[in-house]
Design a protein around this ligand. Structure first.
Ligand code: PGA
Length: 249
């Protein structure tokens, strides 16, 4: 069954103590939410502490990234094994900020996918076009190539677990959201593209929208049949807003 999911990408925000406080507020308010998988993705330094905060709740833990290698001499990197051991069960991969600022390419992402599955982390795999690509009407081909070069390499069982997040780069942190029509159009296209490789299994895949999603626009986005939830940045840093978004289905 396709799941409804709302995930909060905290990015490089909050101190450890503020993050723990935010997690505990989210846990308290999460009791108002039914039938939605809630996930928070704090920075690496917060994982262990937030994991304790989330115990016994319906809120799951994600990292924002993982290393492409399993272990060893990779100064500054954090392995999927460590993330899982810290209590996370999900990991965001291929966020546009990672692609843009840290040079993450498809080959790196393929290695990270392998690491996630080897350590039982469910990837929240991000795709999305830049503004000039949308304006030149190349968004379909860009997103298709991003999927073909990465997610298409998964086995069927792995594919059955992966979550896709469509995040148009021009909508991230800009206050400029995709219209519900734009979101539905490309989410349906993503599902069709996935079906080329994985057939009917693509019907079960949760495809999240990300990019300036907030309590005011979440409902109109989530109403669409191929939008299964959201990956939320800015609005996930306030428990009230995050929960209001989760209640928008
Ligand atoms: P935003 O970020 O909600 O602040 O636009 C979304 C994301 O980058 O995941």
């Amino acid at each position: 069954m396709r799941k409804k999911i709302v995930a909060g990408n905290w990015k490089m925000n909050t101190s450890v103590s503020k993050g723990a406080q935010l997690a505990s507020e989210i846990v308290n308010k999460s009791k108002e939410v039914e039938g939605v998988t809630l996930i928070v993705a704090p920075p690496f330094t917060h994982l262990t502490k937030v994991s304790e905060q989330l115990k016994g709740s319906q809120v799951a833990l994600s990292a924002q990234n993982c290393a492409a290698e399993a272990s060893g001499a990779y100064t500054g990197e954090v392995a999927a094994l460590m993330i899982a051991d810290a209590g996370a069960s999900y990991c965001i991969l291929g966020h546009s900020e990672r692609r843009e600022y840290y040079g993450e390419v498809d080959a790196t992402l393929n290695k990270k996918l392998v690491q996630c599955f080897a350590n039982n982390l469910i990837p929240i795999f991000c795709v999305g076009e830049k503004l000039d690509e949308r304006e030149s009407n190349r968004h379909f081909e860009v997103v298709k190539a991003q999927l073909q070069n990465t997610v298409f390499n998964l086995g069927e069982e792995e594919f059955g677990k992966v979550i896709i997040a469509y995040e148009p780069v021009w909508a991230i942190g800009t206050g400029k959201t995709a219209t519900p029509e734009q979101a539905q159009e490309i989410h349906a296209f993503i599902r069709e593209t996935l079906a080329l490789k994985f057939g009917a299994k693509a019907e079960e895949t949760s495809i999240l929208y990300g990019g300036s999603c907030n309590p005011a626009n979440a409902k109109s986005l989530f109403l669409n049949k191929d939008v299964d939830g959201g990956l939320i940045g800015g609005a996930s840093l306030k428990a009230d807003d995050f929960i209001a978004i989760a209640k928008s289905f």
